[in-house]
Design a protein around this ligand. Structure first.
Ligand SMILES: [Zn+2]
Length: 177
């Protein structure tokens, strides 16, 4: 099975092929992609990230270990924001510190939950269904998060989906579910 470097490098060098396919789909199948510079640069990042993202389901994979602290911090911060304001046990410094106490506890649980809930290696995370979910997230990020046009978002979603699918092809494990 290809490792971290091979997966990422394959994403890094095959992007022109994804660009080519996008142009073909636009000009011969009527897909309304808009390949602006911004869309293509974001697409590149999503494509390359996607080319290793499926190995998130492997506890020892670099992408798994790299994603874990990000998820943990995001959960901890969300819990801090939620509990801050509803905690009133004394002075402001005490309330803020206590709210971070809850945040840190939630972050700790998220840290372990991330490994526990992740389906087993080369299960559903290594599927076209997840490639489609990742593509949708890329699309939503660009249209609603960054406020770019729909055609640019469609292309970014396509790039994300393609990068993820490339990983499955290299693993020789393309499955629908
Ligand atoms: Zn894999």
């Amino acid at each position: 099975m290809p490792n971290y470097d091979v997966h990422l490098l394959s994403g890094i060098v095959t992007y022109p092929l994804a660009i080519f396919i996008a142009f073909m789909l636009r000009d011969h199948a009527g897909v309304p992609f808009v390949l602006s510079t911004t869309a293509m640069v974001i697409g590149y990042a999503l494509y390359v990230l996607g080319s290793d993202l499926p190995d998130m389901d492997h506890p020892n994979a670099l992408i798994h270990r790299g994603t874990k602290p990000i998820v943990s911090v995001a959960v901890g911060s969300a819990v801090f924001i939620q509990s801050f304001g509803s905690i009133n046990i004394g002075e402001p410094w005490l309330n803020v510190t206590a709210a971070w106490g809850f945040g840190a506890l939630a972050a700790l649980m998220a840290w372990f939950a991330f490994t526990w809930v992740m389906p087993k290696h080369r299960g559903i995370v290594h599927s076209l269904l997840f490639a489609a979910v990742y593509g949708l997230l890329g699309y939503a990020l660009v249209e609603f998060g960054l406020g770019l046009g729909r055609g640019e978002a469609l292309f970014a979603g396509f790039a994300a989906f393609s990068g993820y699918t490339l990983h499955l092809i290299l693993d020789r494990g393309v499955s629908l579910l």
